[in-house]
Write a protein that binds this ligand. Sequence first.
Ligand code: ADP
Length: 536
Amino acid sequence: MHQRNELLTRPDPVPAGSDAVLALMSEAYVAVTVDGRIVEWNPAAEATFGWSRRQAYGSDIAQLIVPHRHRAVYRAGLRRLADGDPGRLLKRRLQLIATHRDGHELPVETTLTITDRVVHALAHDMSATLRGSRFTMVEAAVSRGLAEAPTSSNAAARVVEALGVRMGWPVSELWLIEEQRQVLTCAARHNRAGRDLSDFAITELEPGVGMPGAVYRNGRVRWISDLGADPSPRSRAAARIGLRVAVGVPIRTGSQVLGALCVYGDRAEEPEDILIGLLCGLAAHVGQYLQRRRAEELAIDLARTKDEFLALVTHELRNPLAVILGTVAQFDEEDLGPAEQARNLRTIGNCAERLSVMADDLLDLARLESGSLTIQMAPLDLADLLTESIANTKPTTEAKNLTVRAELPARLPVRGDSDRLRQVADNLLNNAVKYTPVGGTVTVSAAPDPADPSWVTWTVADNGIGIPVEERPRLFRRFYRASTAVAARIPGTGLGLVITRTILERHRGTIAVADTTGPGTTFVIRLPREPMILSR
Ligand code: ADP
């Protein structure tokens, strides 16, 4: 450790009143005797190197702030100054490496002068300037990487890697909003030293939660100088793995915020405009890239939807319309008896009903996808909701002689949008009824998940026509209808499951087809009972 010489008297190298000047100087001023003892140390030196004036006085400069490997060269330099042979050491800018009190190394630029065997050094920390020039390289690497990236996830990985590898940030992350679910997901994370990130490495956050969530929601830069002192659980998780500082900047296209770019460092640092400016520049690159990418993806999606929509119009709209027109024509052309007239009217009514269901489904989907249909969360009893849905299908199930079993607790309180969850219940039950032949069985069950009672597991099972295993991955695509339904000539739009899944995702839930090969189909839903408390 550094040595102190308590007996050393403090010489006065500058005229009276200089203390005030030294205190105001933005550059670190350090004066040492030619044998290396510190005799002056101003407030800027305290800030630059972390040692107080009291601690520095009398210490050996080499031991206090020179990295071990440079000490011999340093002492040799002082000897040359003492011998009056300064060589190229005086009156020019020297670039040196110093050690901060907390152990990190910093590049400093210094100029030396000597008076009466006292060496005066004016020094300033070059970290920010060097960071600036390294950042220019990062920006170039990022624009190159974004131009060449084959996919969005590859592009995200390149951005965080550039920040980690070239800028030395121990952890960097890129978070993006998933618009449908309104959840932030971590598109890429770089862990430079491969440290164990444990519970810091989560992949989803609610808007407003944690630093990425706060940056996304407010659309503003956030700098947490000391993660250990920040109350948020994620900051505490960061502090537990040795991270001290966090900086997050929003990623936007125009006025819309798409996510957050966040870096985490392992030593406390105060906000620095240069770094914020540079990170914002980088985030702007990413924003432009994402906008371009989204436009391309949207164009492809629109083209596909257009094809699917045309197919739907051809089959599902034209069929009922043709039946309606043909039946109406019979009224004109033939002299129908009352029984035939009644049958024809029923046929027209059924077809009109099919068209109206399709129009409702299309409108619902459009509203859910555009975000104009909001989810109103309130406490509700899921057992009650399912019992009502089952009661509502009674006329159809009786007509088809289906057995409907309800395996439900007396009460199952959850938070959710009762109208939308009822729509989910009806969609799944109507499908089970529709795709199960006469005499079959449909079972609706719901209960708290035994492994985690804060979740509900809800299943709708039938022993009907089933869905071939290889077709199941496509089931939740718009307009998709399984070959079994098409072969059985059972009408449908292929939109109900897409709507169902979107509503469940807005509740932070999931839906999947159970991995069963047996006869029939089982849909499994997992729903958090308190969606808003999740991932906080
Ligand atoms: P629709 O039933 O109007 O066609 P959905 O989106 O509700 O639309 O369902 C999509 C497809 O999934 C259906 O066309 C059908 O092929 C299949 N499907 C859904 N539920 C069942 C079920 N219970 N049994 C068999 N197939 C089903």
